[in-house]
Write a protein that binds this ligand. Structure first.
Ligand code: PRX
Length: 635
């Protein structure tokens, strides 16, 4: 029998050793005993980090939705699979049993088929956190279509570039979305995006806000009547282990967003196995992850991981501050949540409001609480531990990436002793390395370096959609024979890992991954802007906020700088979305550059952090004189 469910520390070490000594045998056992296969694999693993090529469970046949839905029908048909908690507490929560979810997924799958969607087609899903989002994702997987979920906070041009990159022919969206007091007109954002996307032939629209929308004849269809007519059974498309399951875009440090491609079998096995252990999920638990399904955390730990385990998973449409800052705690009490998983940004924002919002809520059902998406500072960790976990429910600080598909570093609750701000130990099968500046691996403990991974794991992204070269260059060219994460980390005296943050030009703002390049490109589109550079600076709620250094063109025209700042943020909102807006903008006449013309962001970062004690040797710069000027005018 495999150790699907790890229960004590010794067992963790023993299973970890086994998973590293013979990964193929280890993962084969896990896959064999806990999943539904139409045909078993011929080979567990083929890999080469040079090409790079990674295949898990080659030759196996399956459908992931049979694992998420069909196989629970007999044992858990009436168990709640999904709880939908609407934005407004006055609207009733909805409970979907496994059987009901199965039927809804089959109906949606049949609608997609009737609209001509076939295996391998890309479907763009641009929906708020409503049940139809989960249903659409699973319906795509049911028929072998590749879902590309675009976070519903992204702008029209961000959607358009993602639709075009993966050539989606169909979009699923809604008339609008509710977020706190706001009603957002999603459909018109899609309409605007589609002006640039002539290949999209169908838009399926969920009715959510009931606001009037424009319907383009022949292209837009309301989903409701189609679903009503649809047959509640749909035979699953039988997929190869390595057939694509989804594309999910993530920011890169340069260029356009990267469409990370995840495939079927390895992703399923790893997300299900990590979910079971990292949340210690038990049959009667109610699990809630507050992430949006538009991010990898939502894909892996709202949908696939929980449903593969027959769990009850909660989706929340709203925001933590509406109607007031007790909303999260109210929901925990209302649905008797056992596992609660959120982001440090949310914890910091809620901590700032004070404990009075928690006081009247019963949080005693919580067994495990988690964080993800960015480093958690010590103060927020303790606040979470004291007030939410009440020093009983351990915190799992889980580190992973869109690219890794599943959690890679995390405590296993009740197994791994936690340590504030540390993600602690690698998960089973994960072989980490810390690298120095020369590209040598740092051995032993108490070292600080760049985080790399030495061996494939089942849920790793297999390529960047349409750009395998970029996949190789971004992840496999920094260190020989290793995957490079882009993060820095330290390993303490007992081998625990603490993630120190990005070491490339990606900035994590409120847990959202933002590349500097696309933001700079957006700013540079303003007619008055000659050049710009973005860096992050510490922010006590968002973790990091964005600081923009902007050089204006000498147009002779005098304009109010306040207006310019608003216009710059407006362009960013249009091109990317409000999450990428700048907190501070400094107009400057120069940017520090190396002799080869590269902007020295390290210096700009220090200045934005207001730490100019150690700027290093600036005499080698092309234009050292601009540095003092920037320091003198820091915002
Ligand atoms: O820098 C790390 C940070 O988020 C990055 C990945 O972002 P994304 O692909 O959007 O996925 C976020 C959700 C998994 C990482 O490279 N990050 C993620 N989790 C943690 C973290 N930083 C510190 N601690 C974490 N637990």
């Amino acid at each position: 029998m495999s150790n699907f469910h790890i229960k004590h520390l010794e067992e963790y070490f023993q299973v970890y050793r086994k998973s590293v000594r013979n990964p193929e045998a280890f993962w084969e056992e896990i896959a064999e005993e806990h999943f539904l296969w139409r045909k078993k694999w011929d080979k567990v693993l083929t890999w080469d980090f040079n090409t790079p090529e990674i295949k898990w469970f080659e030759g196996a046949k399956l459908n992931i939705t049979e694992n998420c839905l069909d196989r629970h029908m007999l044992s858990r048909g009436n168990k709640t699979a999904l709880i939908f908690e609407p934005n407004s507490p006055d609207e009733k929560a909805q409970h979907f049993s496994y059987k009901q979810l199965y039927e809804k997924v089959c109906k949606m799958a049949n609608v997609l088929k009737s609209q001509g969607v076939k295996k391998g087609d890309r479907v763009c899903v641009y929906l708020p956190m409503i049940p139809e989002l989960t249903i659409s994702v699973l319906a795509c997987a049911r028929i072998g279509a590749i879902h590309s979920v675009v976070f519903a906070g992204f702008s029209a041009s961000a959607i358009a570039s993602r639709i075009k990159d993966s050539d989606c022919k169909i979009v699923i969206t809604s008339d609008g979305s509710f977020r706190g007091k706001k009603v957002i007109d999603l459909k018109s954002i899609v309409d605007q995006a589609l002006e640039e996307c002539p290949n999209v032939s169908k838009v399926l629209v969920v009715k959510r806000t009931h606001q009037p929308i424009e319907i383009t004849k022949g292209r837009d269809l309301w989903l409701e009547p189609l679903l009503k007519e649809a047959y509640p059974e749909c035979a699953p498309e039988i997929m190869d282990a390595e057939d694509p399951l989804f594309i999910l875009y993530t920011s890169g440090s340069t260029g356009s967003p990267k469409g990370m491609l995840h495939t079927t079998a390895g992703y399923m096995v790893y997300t299900a196995y990590t979910f079971k252990n990292i949340f210690q999920y038990k049959e009667t638990d109610v699990y809630w992850c507050t992430a949006d399904i538009g991010w990898i955390t939502g894909h892996s730990y709202i949908i696939y991981g929980p449903l593969c385990n027959g769990a009850t998973t909660v989706m929340f449409e709203g925001v933590p501050s509406y109607p007031d800052f007790s909303r999260f705690w109210q929901i925990i009490e209302k649905h008797k949540i056992s596992q609660f998983y959120t982001a440090p940004t949310a914890i910091r924002a809620l901590a700032k409001e004070g404990v009075n919002f928690l006081e009247n809520c019963n949080l005693s059902t919580l067994k495990v609480i988690g964080t993800v998406g960015e480093p958690i500072n010590e103060e927020a960790w303790h606040w979470y531990d004291d007030n939410v976990g009440q020093n009983k429910a351990p915190i799992v600080d889980t580190w992973f990436q869109t690219e890794t598909g599943g959690i890679m570093i995390s405590p296993i609750p009740f197994v791994t002793p936690t340590k504030p701000t540390y993600a602690t130990l690698p998960f089973i099968g994960v072989q980490l390395a810390l690298m120095d500046h020369q590209g040598e691996e740092l051995k032993g403990n108490q070292v600080n370096g760049r985080l790399a991974i030495k061996f494939p794991w089942p849920s790793m992204a297999r390529t960047i959609w349409g750009n395998h070269k970029r996949y190789k260059e971004t992840y496999f060219s920094t260190y020989k024979n290793m995957y490079f994460t882009g993060d820095g980390a330290l390993r303490d005296e007992v081998g625990y890992y603490r993630i120190t943050g990005r070491v490339d030009d990606v900035i994590i703002v409120s847990g959202h991954n933002l590349g500097t390049a696309p933001i700079e490109d957006a700013i540079n589109e303003h007619p008055a802007v000659a050049e710009s550079a973005i860096v992050g600076f510490p922010h006590n709620i968002k973790g990091n906020a964005l600081y923009g250094y902007v050089i204006l063109k000498d147009t002779g025209e005098s304009r109010r700088q306040d207006n310019l700042k608003n216009e710059i943020n407006q362009i960013i909102t249009e091109q990317i979305g409000p999450i990428a807006k700048l907190d501070k903008i400094q107009f400057t006449s120069g940017l520090p550059k190396t002799r080869s013309g590269k902007i020295m962001r390290r210096i700009l970062r220090k200045i934005a952090e207001k730490d100019t004690s150690n700027l290093g040797d600036i005499s080698t710069l092309l234009n050292p004189e601009c540095v003092q000027d920037i320091i003198d005018n820091v915002v």
